[in-house]
Design a protein around this ligand. Structure first.
Ligand SMILES: CC(C)(COP(=O)(O)OP(=O)(O)OC[C@H]1O[C@@H](n2cnc3c(N)ncnc32)[C@H](O)[C@@H]1OP(=O)(O)O)[C@@H](O)C(=O)NCCC(=O)NCCS
Length: 203
């Protein structure tokens, strides 16, 4: 697997943030996830349409396999106040862009009802804390589609740096897409988090 993924020091754990419960995918979530994924807006990028229940089941199988193979993956995300499933975010291997492997990507996908609250940034912050903390990675990328400004803005809010735009060839499920290759290094993330701590008001 080392050609796909840099070595990790420890597996990824479940995390609770200020407003989110972030946990490893399990098969019991299929009914809830299918409701989120049938929405076209959730899969506008890259498929331009929502997923069927069968497609969602295959997505879930792939996520569970990713966790088993690599010791990390995307978390399903629930809001703490009502435990409602709002989507997923976290770490994965960007196999659709072989030229940058081995690599780990931080990504996000939420139901439209959850947009505009900062949840993606909050959850991705927890993912980067873990990536550079317990997993011990040196760098993490993000690859939002270049025509998806909302997603690009999450990468920018995290302090990730745009390296280049790159064309990804079509596959059996989607056409050619252009993605924005963002990256952040461990020392940059640690410095950013330290400066955020200094800005926190004293209680
Ligand atoms: C990409 C996606 C996750 C972005 O969601 P988002 O809600 O815009 O991003 P965040 O969770 O970081 O929220 C930031 C927004 O919440 C607002 N916000 C409101 N309350 C906030 C709070 N307490 N803290 C932080 N931000 C807050 C911010 O001002 C910002 O709004 P703005 O972009 O209009 O300025 C979402 O659009 C999505 O899931 N899309 C479909 C899937 C997808 O395209 N995924 C990416 C594939 S490339």
């Amino acid at each position: 697997m080392s050609e796909l993924c840099p070595p990790i020091a420890a597996p990824l754990c479940d995390v609770t943030t200020e407003r989110l419960i972030l946990s490893r995918f399990d098969r019991d979530v299929l009914d809830e996830l299918a409701v989120v994924f049938e929405n076209r807006e959730v899969w506008q990028f890259p498929y331009g349409k929502g997923m069927s229940r069968d497609e969602t089941a295959r997505f879930l199988d792939a996520q569970i396999q990713h966790w088993e193979d690599f010791g990390f993956g995307c978390w399903m995300a629930r809001t703490r106040n009502d435990e409602f499933l709002i989507g997923y975010l976290g770490l994965s291997i960007p196999t659709f862009l072989p030229e940058i492997l081995p690599a780990v990507e931080v990504g996000w996908r939420l139901a439209p009802t959850a947009w505009g609250n900062g949840y993606a940034t909050e959850g991705a912050t927890a993912a980067l804390d873990a990536a550079f903390g317990s997993l011990g990675l040196d760098s993490v990328c993000s690859l939002p589609q270049s025509d998806n400004p909302r997603s690009e803005r999450v990468a920018e809010r995290l302090g990730m740096r745009l390296i280049r735009r790159v064309t990804v060839p079509p596959d059996e499920r989607r056409g050619e897409v252009v993605v924005s290759h963002f990256e952040i290094k461990r020392d940059q993330w640690i410095a950013r988090r330290a400066s955020e701590d200094r800005r926190e008001p004293r209680r």
